[in-house]
Write a protein that binds this ligand. Structure first.
Ligand code: ADP
Length: 467
């Protein structure tokens, strides 16, 4: 069984209730003991003052001890069973007994000794008086004129005990009542304190994927919720931009695929209109195949991006690889395209010292290939691409420089966006995803990529990776 409730409300209530109950019970015990002590010590004070009065009345007369008790015999000490008693023994013989004691033989010094002081010659008994009444008795022994004198004063505890009992009953009622009231008050306080949380959660519940632009008010009713509200709003912002990016990607992808699909459909429609010559069929099928290749490339690039977005690259699967090997492979693969377009790739890293990076060989090769192929594709016939490698303070820098068309200033900020293609590059085949993929791969390796270019004078892409 679970002892601590699962809800915050339950926990707060439990703590508040337990604390208040313990406090009240402890207070009750303390008050009960304190009142008992006060009542008993006030009885002891009476006994002491009566004893002192009797001691003061002892005096010498005719060589013997005389006890002038006219001051104490009146009042309560003269009424039988009044609950106020005294007895004086001189040399062990009764010298004076209050009229209130019905039997002069009654032994006040019986019962249990509860305290005493030998030096002062005092003992206090809990005794039982006439009619079985509880008594508190003070015995005071002294030596007067060389003779032993014992003075007993006694007070009935009936009144005092019943007062203590009445107080106990009062506590028995008042403490559970206070605990009950405390419980109800705790319930109210916890409910009131947690109300802002319910308002907050009901506001969150209204947010759906369609209303991601809504925000939770940061002037929340409780100060503690302001931080949560602003974190939640930041999360909404991130979700909204991710959703918007997804929507843009789908819109761009369908747009990019629509054109080649229409080309294929139109080609088929034209072919089906009438009988064609073998050459015409061959030319049309070649166009269809080429367009399908373009579509295949778009779909493959989209899949690569989707995989990268899903976090397929994790440092757990990374290995130590010499960067030279990766660049050599990328240059070799780009060489096919370079050969077709008459662009020369200059690998300026052959003499570079051995440099290792931690990463995924295949995706890094893909990233460098995308950048090098761009440098070839957006180049002029007979142009050149330099691939250089350097190491600086724990970082490896790869520079891919071309003598191509360059990138216009307006396009510069957008070339790494998904599906972005500058108008001037439309004549060259491409999906608009190559640089986005390269950037995602480099960033997954904790690196960075930037471009510098001057339209008409070529571009330079710098990739920095941790060594
Ligand atoms: P794609 O090359 O398939 O169009 P990319 O994402 O690789 O897609 O490139 C985006 C755009 O950046 C290109 O369309 C082109 O306009 C520009 N670009 C990239 N690299 C170069 C380069 N080396 N020289 C000139 N323009 C470039």
């Amino acid at each position: 069984m679970k002892l601590v409730p699962g809800s915050i409300k339950g926990r707060l209530l439990l703590w508040l209730f337990s604390f208040a109950s313990l406090l009240l019970i402890a207070l009750g015990f303390f008050l009960y003991n304190k009142i008992g002590d006060i009542v008993i010590s006030s009885v002891d004070d009476i006994l002491h003052s009566q004893t002192q009065l009797i001691v003061g009345l002892l005096h010498e007369e005719d060589g013997g001890i005389n006890l002038e008790l006219s001051e104490v015999i009146s009042g309560e000490y003269s009424i039988p069973r009044s609950g106020h008693y005294y007895k004086v023994l001189i040399n062990g013989e009764p010298a004076a007994i209050s009229h209130s004691l019905v039997s002069s033989e009654f032994n006040l010094a019986s019962g249990k000794i509860v305290s005493g002081d030998e030096k002062l010659g005092e003992k206090i008994y809990l005794s039982v008086g006439p009619d079985n009444e509880p008594l508190r008795v003070l015995q005071h022994d002294l030596d007067f004129m060389g003779q032993p004198v014992s003075i007993f004063t006694a007070e009935s505890l009936r009144e005092s005990l019943s007062m203590i009992n009445r107080f106990r009953y009062f506590l028995f009622i008042i403490i559970p009542l206070s605990i009950l009231t405390g419980g109800l008050v705790s319930l109210w306080i916890t409910k009131k304190s947690l109300d802002p949380l319910s308002i907050f959660s009901s506001k969150i519940e209204t947010i759906t994927h369609k209303t991601l632009n809504e925000r939770i008010e940061t002037e929340a009713e409780a100060r503690e919720l302001i931080g949560i509200a602003s974190s939640f709003n930041k999360m909404l912002e991130r979700l909204q931009s991710a959703f918007d990016a997804e929507k843009r990607l789908i819109a761009d992808a369908s747009h990019e695929l629509k054109t080649p699909l229409s080309v294929i459909k139109t080609k088929c429609d034209v072919l089906l209109q009438k009988d064609r010559t073998t050459d015409e069929y061959t030319a049309a099928l070649n166009t269809i195949r080429h367009t399908s290749d373009t579509m295949k490339k778009i779909v493959e690039d989209m899949l690569s991006l989707a995989r990268l977005d899903s976090g397929i690259l994790s440092s757990g699967s990374f290995q130590m690889i010499p960067i030279k090997n990766i660049l050599e492979k990328a240059v070799q693969l780009a060489g096919v395209l370079a050969g077709k377009t008459g662009v020369k790739i200059n690998p300026r890293f052959r003499d570079a010292e051995d440099m290792d990076i931690t990463g995924d060989q295949n995706t890094l090769t893909e990233a460098f290939l995308n950048v090098i192929e761009n440098a070839v594709r957006y180049n002029k016939p007979g142009g050149a691409v330099d691939v250089a490698l350097s190491k600086n303070r724990g970082h490896i820098t790869v520079m891919i420089k071309d003598t191509g068309s360059g990138i216009r200033r307006d396009d510069m900020d957008r070339i790494f966006d998904r599906f972005y293609r500058s108008d001037v590059s439309r004549s060259v085949e491409g999906s608009g995803l190559g640089l986005s993929i390269a950037k995602a791969i480099i960033e997954a390796h904790n690196g960075g990529i930037k471009a510098e270019s001057e339209a008409g004078h070529g571009s330079c892409f710098t990739i920095i990776l941790p060594a």
